[in-house]
Ligand binder design. Structure first.
Ligand code: TXA
Ligand code: MG
Length: 340
């Protein structure tokens, strides 16, 4: 059975105690963060963590992010805390930034997918922070979706994928950022961007200097041992996805052409972007890249509900949050990209 705790009007510590107790008992609790909903369990409890992988149907070698509520907790999770970690944490935590560090002895390998490194972040969400504090545990939490599906930005999305499989869902309304955290590997020199996300790379580089971008970020099939999450198909709705990217005017003309062609073949076509371009179904992603990031996963799920055969997605410029948006879109498309 899954209990749903309504906290849409803000943090209620008395209600949250129920969820915190479940975490202490080794149960699974989905909760909101500023990026997407997480599926949480006690990060140091192997059996609890194993259940996360089962519920999501997640490959065991794809490691989890451990969520903390204050910097002191990092010392129990990481073997050493490099200078860059201190600088970044000071500047961006709580926030959508995940740091990969050498793990301490007591972090189970189930949690890190067998790796010697652990990923840690402090979420900027009052419910998430209170849940970590009330449970007294670091909380391992991947996105609260079935593996391969778009990440959940509402409690309804979580329920679509996991209702009946987990003990509790804390409903804190829609998440603010809408794409997952930025993941930086600090076990390498220079540091490596493993996943673009809610914190722009430009902001990180302003604090610690040049960061190398892992080729997997652009879908290159290289050594993925360091970025295990990158090798799996992701964010994929049931419909086929095609991304059109390039300069704005050319993209607009091309999408209209692609839509017409697909419709001529008798396919039901959905467009996610700024305009409908004559498609059967349309989801307006927004004008700013922040709006596009916030609406992206919802739009992909929505197109499936409307039963389209093909989703044509309008690309955005790869600046700021745009790097994360394009990474998610290209993955959803299985790298079916039209560049104009
Ligand atoms: O915003 C977020 O990060 C959300 C919320 C719930 O915090 N969580 C999330 O978790 O997106 P998940 O599991 O969906 O993505 C975690 C990513 C994966 O790409 C995984 O491979 C990478 O972080 N990761 C985790 N631990 C790692 C490690 N030790 N070394 C390298 N990559 C790691
Ligand atoms: Mg995920």
């Amino acid at each position: 059975m899954t209990i749903v705790i309504n906290m849409r009007r803000g943090l209620d510590k008395r209600k949250l105690m129920v969820a915190a107790r479940l975490i202490r008992e080794g149960k699974l609790v989905a909760f909101p963060t500023e990026t997407v909903y997480g599926l949480g369990a006690d990060a140091l409890n192997e059996r609890a963590v194993r259940r996360i992988f089962e519920a999501k149907n997640r490959p065991a070698d794809n490691p989890l992010i451990v969520h903390i509520a204050d910097f002191e907790q990092l010392k129990e999770l990481a073997q050493e805390i490099p200078k860059e970690a201190k600088l970044l944490a000071e500047r961006f935590w709580p926030g959508p930034l995940t740091l990969v560090l050498l793990k301490a002895e007591n972090v189970p390998r189930v949690t890190t997918g067998g790796l010697d490194a652990v990923a840690v972040r402090m979420p900027a969400h009052e419910i998430a922070l209170a849940l970590i504090r009330l449970s007294g545990k670091p909380i391992a939490a991947p996105s609260a979706n079935i593996s391969g599906r778009p990440s959940p930005t509402t409690a309804e999305h979580v329920a679509e994928d996991l209702y009946g499989k987990i003990e509790c869902i804390v409903d804190g309304g829609e998440t603010r950022i809408g794409v997952e955290s930025t993941v930086i590997d600090l076990t390498e020199r220079p540091p490596v961007l493993l996943r673009p996300g809610g914190l722009p790379l430009e902001d990180i580089e302003a604090v610690i200097g040049k960061v190398r971008i892992h080729p997997a970020v652009f879908g290159k099939k290289t050594d993925v041992a360091k970025a295990p999450g990158m090798k799996y198909r992701h964010y994929a709705p049931r419909a086929e996805v095609i991304v059109v990217e390039g300069s704005r005017e050319r993209v607009e003309a091309k999408i209209a052409e692609v839509v017409e062609e697909l419709k001529r073949k008798g396919l039901r076509v959905g467009v996610i972007g700024r305009e409908s371009y004559g498609a059967d179904e349309f989801y307006h992603l927004g004008e700013t890249v922040e709006e596009v990031a916030r609406n992206l996963f919802r739009a992909l799920r929505e197109m499936d509900k409307r039963g389209v055969d093909v989703i044509v997605a309008e690309g955005v410029e790869e600046k700021g949050l745009g790097l994360a948006v394009m990474n998610r879109l290209r993955k959803a498309a299985g790298y079916k990209i039209i560049r104009v």
